[in-house]
Design a protein around this ligand. Sequence first.
Ligand SMILES: Nc1ncnc2c1ncn2[C@@H]1O[C@H](COP(=O)(O)OP(=O)(O)OP(=O)(O)O)[C@@H](O)[C@H]1O
Length: 320
Amino acid sequence: MIELNELTKRYGETVAVDRLSFQVRPGRVTGFLGPNGAGKSTTMRMMLGLDRPTSGEVRFDGRPYARSADPLRHVGALLEAKDVHSGRTAHNHLLWLAQSNRIPRRRVREVLELVGLESVAGRRAGQFSLGMSQRLGVAAALLGDPPVLLFDEPVNGLDPEGIRWIRDLMKELAGEGRTVFVSSHLMSEMALTAEHLIVIGRGRLLADTGMKEFIARNSLTFVRVRTPEPDRMHQVLTERGITVTRAADGALEAVGDQAATIGELAARQGLTVHEVSVQSASLEDAFMRLTEQDVEYRSPVSRTVGQQGERQPTGQGKES
Ligand SMILES: Nc1ncnc2c1ncn2[C@@H]1O[C@H](COP(=O)(O)OP(=O)(O)OP(=O)(O)O)[C@@H](O)[C@H]1O
């Protein structure tokens, strides 16, 4: 188990990580989610002892992280995929890592096979695509057969087959009882991989929750109403105590699953409606809502739930 206790990192005025405390348990994939600049990489670097915390600490099974003679046997990590000696072949890169961590030579072949790079083992790592570099990084992380694995944005640059491969691999590693901690800025990706979720924004903890609970708590349903008389409809709905917002395209969005009530109210008031449809906000929307206040660089148009024009179609809307 990994335990963070009030972990803090300042760079001058910037508080990159702000009194972060949480635990990462073995036997499951824990997703580490946050928008760009939230402090994920800084946290992971401190977990690995690559950055010194301003205050607070990280403990592995109750002990403070100490640089050991063979760190790859304890914690495997994929941070910067392109962080390899570009002139070395993939095989020699891994061999050099194995030798400096007292790992038997035969393990190099094993991990090359495991990540599907055996046919390009003799090629220089500098010529690798981002996807191939990611695979080489995963091979390096697995080299020492460590009980703890940290992956920073591992699906970056991978094609759909590669993405599926890494998802399955992470679940498999967790299934073997290892501690698997993986960062991402994509909620949709995490929903398919992680069983537990840690969300941060501006270095602070925003959520520490099971994935199922997060989905249950954040799946927001609303009814989209299109009418040539939006002002009157708005008034009718609010008078009935229904919370209504206006979407970018002029449609009304009423919180809750009340399509029947809305249809009846419209009929009673003689209001024409062109659409009454139940919609579900995506998990990505829930994540955006959670981190809205904590995004370092915001797009000029801020996203709000229900702005139809900006949301990816969820495919969950149904006419009623
Ligand atoms: N070496 C550094 N010097 C100064 N500021 C830094 C340094 N490293 C990170 N920061 C700042 O700390 C904050 C957190 O950065 P970090 O890279 O950890 O975030 P992140 O969640 O990993 O984001 P991304 O997904 O974009 O990599 C940002 O404001 C960043 O600009």
